[in-house]
Each structure stands twice: as C-alpha cells, then as structure tokens.
Design a protein around this ligand. Structure first.
Ligand code: AMP
Ligand code: MG
Length: 306
C-alpha cells in the first residue's frame, strides 16, 4: 500500500522523516524546527554534518518564520522563481537549529513546485528541511523506484512518480547588489539576469561556494569518465551517455542518447541507477556545452567523475 499524506504528517509529528517528491529530486524531509528530527536526516543519509540543508516552505508568507530579513532584491528573485527550483540563502532565524545550517548563520529556503510537496508542506504547516533522499554521495532519486531503493522501511515515502526536472535547485545568495550562484541548477544565470537586470557571478571564489559542493556527489557504482568531442572507445562492460547523433555506436552494448541538454539532465540520475542495475563498470558521459542548463549538468558530471 502506498503511503498517505496523513501517514506523512504523523511521521513528521513523531520526529521521523518523510520522502516527498519535488519538481527537482525526491527530498528527505524533517521538521526544521526540531534538532532531533533533523539529526535523523543526517543518520539516514550518512550526510556530513557540515553540509547544510535547504528549508522548504509552501508560501512566501512563511519566509520570515525561517529568515530574519528579505531585502527588496532577495524578494524580487524569490518571487520571480517561486514556487520553483531556486533556493535562496538568507540570514537565519534563531528558531532554526544549528544542525539545519551546518553551524552557519544563514539558511537556504525554497518553495518546491510540485502539487504533492505543496500539499504536504501546507498540511503539516511546519518548515521542512530536506536534502535529496539518496545516501550521501550517490545519485539523487528522481523516480519513486529510486526513492524506495534508498529509503524503503526508513521513512514514509510519498509517490510522485518520475519527476519533471531531475536535477537539483540553483542555490543563490545576494550580497549588496551582487547575486552569487553557490550551486548551479535548473535556473540559469541567464534566467536570473533576465528577471533582475543583474548578471549573477558564477564559479567565483571558494567562499562563494556552498559547503555541500566540497563533498563527493552523484556517484553510481560504475566509474564515470567524461569527454568532449570524439566518442571514446568502448571498454569492457561500458555504457555511453551522449548528445551527439551522427556516430557509429556498434561497439557499445548500452548507449543512452539524449536529444537536448534538458532531457540529458532529466534522465541523468536514473540512467546511472539503471547502469548500476546492469552492473556496468564504466560510463562514458559526454559533457554538454558550458552555458545555460549545460552548466549544472556539467557540474554534476564532473563531480560524479571525481
Ligand atoms: P542538497 O540538499 O543535496 O540539495 O544540497 C543542498 C545544497 O545547498 C548544498 O550544496 C548546501 O551546501 C547548500 N546550502 C544549504 N544551505 C546553505 C547555506 N546556508 N549556505 C550556503 N549553502 C547552503
Ligand atoms: Mg543532495
């Protein structure tokens, strides 16, 4: 039997975790106001405690229950992309326990754009902190099957089927009149520039990276090898993920072709999951061009290959 919304609410009130679908990836949520509940997330995921969590709310009115302030530019960005795949870093309210933010005095906030997430968040009526519902270091779950694989028996799981975007949110921080992208995601620098008239700074100094970007991420069991241009020769038990069409693939027994960068990003984690089921040893992944949504996909592929 599938888990119901009521069982999810009960779990949160009992200091347990709930896996819920968002438009990006499945999240592993807990009451963001209760440090004991938040600890459970770190245990279930084996997540390093210094990697902060994003707090999910259902309405912009709740933002000042989590953050102490929202400047006009921050409000403009948040309103332009919410609900949606953008997380905004704001000064943290003292009610948010320090294990949510890895000890930082800032907190990441987002309104996910998924009917089940919004229904769950408004019914439970609490801020819910949630990282991706995978074991740390592994590919994020983008299908119900993957969510079950990681968290069955450990948390209540709400079924949202296959998710729309399949890659994590863009993490953004405003400092004065500058906008920094701390982690690339579905929302691109171009989209932010279009809405605000300010071109965000990307790939800047280390202090403007999210703490979480330091850790190993997105890795299937197989070794990932990235390439640009020429398709590499197949090796024993290998698979190919690519965007380029005009090629002879006869030497690859498993190849996954994507028409667009968006399709590639959408399918990436599930394709890694399938490759693991097929016991593939090496996955050759074509890097997309480094602009638009290619930026986030490249980031995930390069991290998976490290
Ligand atoms: P995940 O939960 O896997 O989607 O990762 C959340 C990302 O947001 C990680 O890269 C975190 O480091 C980042 N993040 C969350 N809160 C903060 C914060 N207060 N300051 C900077 N980055 C943050
Ligand atoms: Mg994650």
């Amino acid at each position: 039997m599938k888990n119901s919304l009521q069982s999810a609410i009960d779990a949160i009130l009992n200091k347990e975790c709930v896996v819920f679908p968002t438009e990006t990836v499945y999240g592993l949520g807990a009451n963001a106001l209760c440090s004991q509940s938040v600890n459970r997330i770190f245990e279930l995921k084996n997540r390093p405690p210094s990697n902060p969590l994003i707090v999910h709310i259902s309405h912009i009115d709740q933002i000042l229950s989590v953050a102490t302030s929202l400047s006009p530019l921050e409000q403009k960005i948040f309103e332009a992309f919410s609900p949606g795949p953008l997380s905004l870093i704001l000064p943290k309210k003292k009610e948010i326990p320090s294990n949510v933010t890895g000890g930082l005095d800032t907190v990441g906030v987002r309104i996910p754009n998924h009917p089940i997430a919004l229904e769950f968040l408004s019914a439970v009526n609490l801020p819910i902190c949630a990282p991706s519902a995978n074991i740390s270091g592994k590919p994020s779950p983008t299908t119900y099957e993957m969510a079950q694989f990681y968290m069955e028996g450990k948390a209540v799981i709400l079924d949202g089927g296959t998710l729309d975007i399949g890659i994590e949110s863009t993490v953004v921080k405003v400092e004065g009149d500058k906008i920094y992208i701390l982690r690339s995601g579905y929302i691109t620098t171009e989209m932010i520039a279009e809405k605000t008239g300010i071109l965000p700074c990307e790939n800047t100094a280390q202090e403007h990276h999210s703490p979480g970007t330091r850790f190993a991420h997105y890795k299937p069991k197989a070794t990932i090898i990235t390439f640009e241009g020429q398709i590499p020769k197949a090796s024993k038990n290998s698979a190919l993920l690519f965007l380029n069409k005009d090629i002879d693939l006869s030497e690859y027994s498993h190849s996954f072709y994507f028409d667009t960068v968006r399709d590639y990003a959408h399918a990436l984690y599930y394709t890694f999951f399938q490759c693991d089921k097929l016991n593939i040893s090496t996955i050759y992944c074509e890097l997309p061009p480094n602009h638009g949504q290619g930026v986030a996909l490249r980031d995930r592929l390069i991290k998976a290959a490290q």
